[in-house]
Write a protein that binds this ligand. Structure first.
Ligand SMILES: [Zn+2]
Ligand SMILES: [Zn+2]
Length: 944
């Protein structure tokens, strides 16, 4: 027996392999086999000298089922992970779920509203029980779906942002950042969702252009015997302000004009009486007021407008909050107290009209912010919240004290972190440069509770206290456990802050919180915890992070901010941003459009491999991908083709087996296909290393279908005796294809690889630290090559050095001749079974021998000596070769074809002489029609 081959005990009969590939029957079984093998867990094939490779699954939200976007992301990750695992790297892929605070709470609130209840009816504790129950169910669904997609992640390390370990990590991070002065409490203007009754981060507000109304309202000037403000304005002793939000006038604390505005110069410093509230407020000058907007005079409502907040800070104005958390007016609303904003607006406009203070209204287009979770209109709202300071130099980075912002810029600028595609770097820098302090507290119940405690002594309302009360009260304490005693007054009674943290706070820790040792030790610092966590030491910084570009800021940037501060490491070396999945027309898939495609349904119909291919081939970094069912169907056809090729080989060769050594070529075709295979391995490896998965898949598909199946397998049927080459190519293709289409490749591999290890027990997990790696399972399986039982851990083909091979050119000539003859046969409508005589000159014989037989069989011709008397016929010129086909004329058929062509030509000529068509049709269309006509005339001439 030859070296590198292993004899199979039994001969495969055709009957053993079904004609049709049926993914439904095999996929679940194969996934179970992988899981039971233990090889998703890198501990099971590691020696300590092996290069680690790690990535974290962007955790799907715990809000239920996965959509096609998740399917794409998961497929992409799995391609990366399987590739690196096969390269022999110690590969870790951590799966997990995000608790998705607001999103999940909203889902459950909707569920209980069907029972006629609100969360307040249940109370915090009971409500959270319901949420946890819901999350458990969702997690099971998500896990099932990920398995269906073939995700080869390490389930033993599955993480959840609300697990005890991750919660502990969140608390420690909060306390550290609080003690470093990076987390501060302040009464600031925030984005407030009155429906969720919570703050939102700036990027959680979605803006939509809306048609509104601009109201012109007269504010009487206190000293009413003043002349009219300006002849163009009319009236006397009034100043007219323009606003889209008349209801917030109850919170006005000034009227502002531009200092350069001649119309109002004489009014600066005067006082107006605020209508409806009867308060006196000043007229101030601020250079940020746009004189061309409305009347050039604006009302200033610092507690309900971000621009006014800035004006108020410059002029030291008072803040009057007129809203309750639920978006109704509070005590400052006077008689409009308890009315919702929209209703209050109507009533206030009516009253202004009655008093003759509403001067006019006009239509106005403006941007309105909506809550990204519930779509309610977001209110700028003054409230006491927790903020993460991004401009405070408190992070030691590369030996210098820097701000979070500076570090986030440095790591990308210095290329410690690579962002792919690199055009997103610009967007990243822009975003970081404009970053404001991050409001991290939320007033919802589901989430990590803020680990801050308030001493209860002397405070009327410890939670929503007023600014001056904060000064008087004992300082709050950040602590994971309830503090024993207040350091200032000695009290032992404390209340915990009722707020929870922004959901992105915990997901920002994802790359390292998931690698912490699961044993929690009391009173241990985060630094100590990280130091004793083996996974953190081995796998951090992680190798790659591959989320969608739409969460570059939500998540990627925040991971960079939080990880650099907390671990002194970057979270990942490469960020690969993928695009979004869109429908055939390029629209976003959504429930309301009804254009979504359910990945599970597609898997049931076409199989996972087909779905994965359709999501990866054609997808390029940072660009969206269009998806539709026919596309998946097309890839299902490819999978079937792949099965047919494999089946042909498995049933043709006497002994299916793994041939690991490149066999010797016997013919030009062998030389050619083996050279092509080398090029393929080389190119695909290069693409895989550069995250170019789509071109890698396309090259594989082209080789498999066009070169291998359509040419070489057909050649094998003629030349015979090529079992070794067929098996060698098949096993190489299986390994190259495996990251993309794991199920079918594992199935075929199993048919090829029938070594005893298939049934033998697993290699034992590596013993750990002191274990010398010479006997590690990885070595056992890997470097010996193809003898491992599962393709999951079979080594990836080694990329060869490419030498130029003359066989590539010679074989191209042979194929070109065959194709040319086939085309001519089709043109002349020659019966497929008919063998056509073709002239063979001595020089031609020299060029194409020893492949004459091959051409004869594949093109269905027979070569005859070309003499001077038999040069009549159809001559083909291809690759510098001329050959003459002696085509028997079937006049009936030819005449029919001629007639058809003539008819076609007439219709084209008519079209091209139609002036109307020529005037209206685009140039390109006319050109196409002209070239059609030209081709048809050429064809007709040949038939003549
Ligand atoms: Zn909301
Ligand atoms: Zn106290």
């Amino acid at each position: 027996m030859k070296k590198g081959t292993k004899k199979l005990s039994k001969t495969r009969k055709q009957a053993e392999l079904p004609k049709q590939y049926d993914p439904q029957k095999i996929e679940d079984g194969i996934y179970r086999q992988w899981e039971q093998s233990g090889f998703f867990n890198p501990d099971h094939y590691s020696g300590k000298k092996i290069k680690p490779f790690s990535l974290m699954m962007p955790p799907p939200n715990a809000t239920g089922v996965l959509h096609l976007g998740h399917a794409m992301e998961t497929s992409l990750h799995d391609v990366i992970v399987r590739y690196h695992r096969m390269k022999g790297e110690k590969t870790l892929w951590v799966p997990g779920v995000d608790h998705a605070a607001i999103a999940t709470q909203n889902k459950v609130e909707k569920l209980i509203s069907q029972e006629g209840k609100t969360r307040h009816d249940l109370g915090r504790e009971k409500f959270l029980e319901r949420v946890n129950q819901y999350v458990e169910e969702s997690k099971t669904t998500i896990e099932h779906q990920l398995r269906k997609l073939g995700a080869s992640c390490d389930w033993s390390r599955e993480a959840y942002t609300m697990s005890p370990v991750l919660t502990k990590c969140v608390q420690k991070v909060f306390v550290n950042m609080y003690n470093d002065g990076l987390i501060v409490r302040g009464n600031r203007l925030v984005n407030w969702c009155p429906r969720c009754e919570s703050t939102l981060a700036d990027d959680e507000v979605e803006y939509a252009e809306t048609e509104g109304i601009l109201y012109y309202i007269d504010y009487p000037i206190k000293n009413s015997d003043l002349p009219p403000p300006h002849p163009t304005l009319g009236g006397g002793g009034k100043i007219t302000v323009a606003t889209t939000r008349p209801e917030t006038m109850l919170g006005d604390t000034a009227v502002a004009v531009n200092p350069k505005d001649e119309r109002y110069k004489h009014l600066i410093g005067k006082t107006v009486t605020l209508p409806l509230a009867n308060r006196e407020i000043p007229i101030i000058a601020d250079r940020h007021v746009d004189p061309s907007f409305g009347t050039g005079a604006v009302k200033v409502t610092p507690a309900h407008d971000f621009n006014d907040d800035q004006i108020a800070k410059r002029h030291n104005l008072a803040y009057i909050n007129i809203l309750n958390p639920d978006g109704t007016l509070n005590d400052h609303g006077g008689k409009y107290k308890n009315w919702a904003v929209a209703d209050a607006r109507k009533l206030i406009i009516e009253e202004l009209q009655q008093r003759g203070l509403l001067k006019k209204t006009e239509k106005h287009i403006h941007n309105i912010g909506h809550c990204y979770r519930c779509d309610a209109v977001v209110e700028p709202y003054l409230s006491l919240q927790w903020f993460m300071s991004v401009d405070k130099p408190a992070v030691v980075w590369k030996g210098k004290k820097k701000t979070l912002k500076e570090v986030a810029i440095d790591v990308v600028k210095s290329e410690d972190i690579e962002i792919l595609p690199s055009r997103f770097k610009k967007t990243y820098f822009h975003w970081i440069n404009n970053l404001q302090d991050w409001c991290i507290s939320r007033q919802i119940w589901f989430g990590h509770r803020v680990p801050v405690w308030y001493c209860e002594t002397k405070i009327r309302n410890p939670i929503r206290q007023l600014a001056d009360e904060i000064k008087k009260s004992c300082p709050p304490l950040a602590s994971i456990e309830q503090p024993k005693k207040c350091k200032r007054c000695g009290s032992t009674t404390f209340t915990q802050d009722p707020d929870t943290l922004d959901t992105w706070f915990s997901s920002a820790l994802w790359t390292f919180s998931t690698l912490l040792d699961t044993k929690i030790k009391k009173d241990e610092s985060l630094a100590e915890w990280l130091k004793r966590s083996p996974d953190f030491k081995t796998f951090h910084p992680t190798s790659v992070m591959a989320p969608g570009y739409e969460i570059l800021f939500f998540w990627v940037a925040r991971m960079i901010l939080m990880t650099t501060y907390n671990t002194k490491q970057i979270p990942f070396k490469t960020v690969y941003l993928h695009g979004m999945v869109r429908d055939k027309e390029g629209r976003k898939m959504s429930k309301s459009l009804g254009n979504g495609i359910d990945p599970v349904e597609m898997i049931q119909t076409y199989g996972t491999d087909a779905l994965r291919l359709s999501l990866i081939i054609g997808s390029t970094p940072g660009n969206d991908i269009k998806m539709y069912e026919e596309k998946i169907e097309g890839f299902r056809n490819f999978i079937n083709k792949f099965w047919n090729i494999s089946r042909f080989i498995l049933t043709t060769v006497d002994t299916p087996q793994l041939i690991e050594k490149k066999p010797k070529a016997q013919t030009l075709s062998d030389e050619w296909i083996l050279a092509e295979l080398d090029i393929l391995i080389h190119d695909v490896t290069k693409h895989m290393d550069n995250f170019e998965f789509s071109p890698a898949g396309e090259k594989l598909r082209e080789f498999t279908w066009d070169k291998f199946a359509d040419w070489y397998v057909e050649i094998v049927k003629i030349e015979q005796g090529k079992n070794e080459i067929l098996l060698y190519i098949l096993q190489t293709l299986l390994r190259l294809w495996h990251p993309f289409i794991p199920f079918i490749t594992e199935k075929v591999w199993g048919e090829l690889n029938t070594t005893p290890s298939l049934t033998s027990p697993l290699p034992s997990p590596c013993k750990g630290e002191g274990d010398d790696d010479d006997v590690s399972p990885s070595i056992k399986r890997g470097q010996k090559g193809v003898s491992s039982s599962l393709i999951l851990i079979a080594p990836y083909p080694k990329s060869p050095t490419i030498k130029s091979s003359p066989a590539l050119k010679h074989h191209a000539t042979i194929r070109a001749i065959i194709t040319a003859i086939r085309n001519a046969r089709a043109e002349f409508k020659i019966e497929p079974s008919l063998v056509v005589e073709t002239g063979l000159t001595p020089s031609l014989q020299r060029r194409i021998s020893p492949n004459i037989l091959l051409i004869e069989k594949l093109a269905r011709v027979t070569f005859i000596n070309q003499t001077k008397t038999n040069t009549q016929g159809h001559t083909i010129h291809e690759h510098g070769i001329s050959l003459t086909l002696h085509i028997p004329r079937d006049d009936k058929k030819i005449n029919k074809a001629k007639k058809e062509l003539e008819h076609y030509i007439t219709s084209l000529e008519q079209k091209l002489s139609n002036q109307d068509f020529l005037a209206k049709a685009p140039k390109a269309v006319i050109q196409t029609e002209q070239s059609k006509l030209h081709q048809a005339q050429k064809k007709l001439n040949k038939l003549a």
